[in-house]
Design a protein. Structure first.
Length: 437
């Protein structure tokens, strides 16, 4: 990997792309430290230093924003609205025929869907920004902080609208920066910004574990966490690269005097076909009861039950529900993202078949059977990886935003592998000599 980066810096055009990407990353990180107007920055820092932030969805969004959410900066929402909009559009593509037709139109249809994603991102940014401002004004963003209700001193409508508009503009800017990296940088702009946001929280989280440790000045806990993180990275790399290759043979066809087909290829079915999306879905859905109980008044029985079982992440009910939701969403997302019947029809149209399997419906049934078989270990793997923060919470007394949590490791490893592959492919295009020199 280091050799690929060294060779990339020696190539003039790739060096320009890498430096441009680094410049965009610096701008993005600077924006995560610029507070929005109407916020008392000293009170925010006091609450961050002396109080425990809300876990669950707030912790998840804070991780995706690189710590900017709890500091209430112009990039507080980060890239989360774009991720949510992309997932919603991807799900709606299966339900709405118009979006499905646009997806099949090629580049023009994809550009149209991308435009819809941008519009939905702005709408979600307005909604999430309003929710964040309301939460900050009520003091619910930080629990146990004496000045939590004084984070927004002026609670007039004008100041509130200014804060929401600023955060929405920050989200649009983050989306634009990501597209700049995709067009003029090394590609995968949104994924790289997500990678930077998560990686930026690692040093402070690791040092906090060292400071809270009691064995050898905290170095024993620090070293143990590093060792566990390296093992997890190796495991995630192994599983993310694992795939079931289904062989496909294309029959020869004579068109005029030319012969087409007769080649062999394969359909790669990944063990973790759903990626990190089931973990995000499960985390978001599981936080809804805690959010309802938080804003509900009184001391009713159902509110007390939710606070006892679904607020702290180390309760058996929480762990079991979280694990089952991840498994369910893994199967759900694979079912809507991979259509065996469509793949079988395309193979039949171009004269392809799986050796030993008849074309058409038997091929679709075989693909569905194999997909279900490999989704089971993939979903169980996702559930176990996502429970690492809970085990850290019990074992080390760490918070739920454990640095080597399942979501962060999955994203960092996935984006890292994808970025390295892109750089290597561009190097191969520039260094390929061919048959003639």
């Amino acid at each position: 990997m280091l050799t690929a980066f060294a060779r990339a810096f020696k190539t003039p055009d790739l060096r320009k792309k890498l430096l441009f990407t680094l410049g965009i990353i610096v701008i993005y990180r600077v924006g995560t430290h610029v507070p929005i107007p109407g916020v008392d920055y000293r009170n925010v820092q006091t609450c961050i230093d002396n109080a425990q932030a809300n876990q669950g969805l707030f912790g998840l969004v804070n991780m995706f924003s690189g710590g900017a959410l709890l500091q209430i900066t112009i990039f507080a929402l980060g890239i989360m609205p774009y991720i949510t909009a992309s997932i919603i559009l991807q799900l709606l593509t299966v339900v709405i025929p118009r979006l499905e037709a646009l997806k099949k139109e090629g580049q023009a249809g994809t550009a149209k869907i991308t435009q819809y994603t941008r519009y939905l991102t702005i709408a979600l940014a307005i909604l999430q920004g309003t929710g964040l401002v309301a939460t900050a004004r009520s003091g619910a963003l930080f629990q146990g902080c004496p000045v939590a209700s004084q984070i927004v001193p002026d609670q007039s409508i004008f100041v509130t609208m200014t804060m929401v508009i600023t955060m929405t503009a920050g989200t649009a800017t983050v989306m634009w920066l990501g597209e700049l990296i995709t067009d003029r940088g090394i590609g995968n702009g949104m994924s790289i910004l997500m990678f930077i946001s998560i990686a930026a929280t690692f040093p402070s989280a690791l040092w906090a574990i060292k400071e809270q440790g009691s064995l050898a000045g905290g170095w024993i806990e620090f070293g143990t966490v590093i060792a566990v993180g390296l093992v997890m990275v190796g495991l995630v790399v192994f599983v993310e690269q694992a795939q079931r290759r289904i062989p496909v043979q294309y029959a020869k066809r004579m068109i005029g005097r030319r012969s087409y087909g007769g080649t062999s290829t394969y359909i790669p079915l990944k063990v973790n076909q759903a990626g990190v999306i089931p973990v995000i879905f499960a985390s978001s859905l599981l936080y809804i009861p805690a959010l309802i109980a938080q804003f509900a008044g009184g001391t009713s029985g159902w509110k007390t039950w939710i606070e006892q079982h679904f607020v702290k992440g180390d309760h058996p009910y929480y762990i079991a529900t979280y694990f089952l939701l991840i498994v369910f969403f893994a199967f759900f997302y694979v079912a809507i993202s991979f259509n065996p019947e469509e793949v079988a029809d395309n193979m039949k149209k171009y004269g392809g078949f799986i050796p030993g399997i008849r074309a058409g419906r038997p091929t679709a049934e075989y693909l569905s059977y194999v997909l279900n078989r490999i989704t089971w270990p993939g979903s169980l793997y996702l559930g176990l990886i996502a429970l690492v923060p809970t085990m850290a919470l019990v074992g080390f007394g760490a918070n739920q935003n454990f640095p080597f949590g399942g979501t962060s490791i999955l994203i960092i490893v996935g984006v890292g592998l994808e970025t390295v592959k892109q750089i290597e492919s561009q190097l191969q295009q520039r260094n390929y000599e061919g048959f003639l020199r």
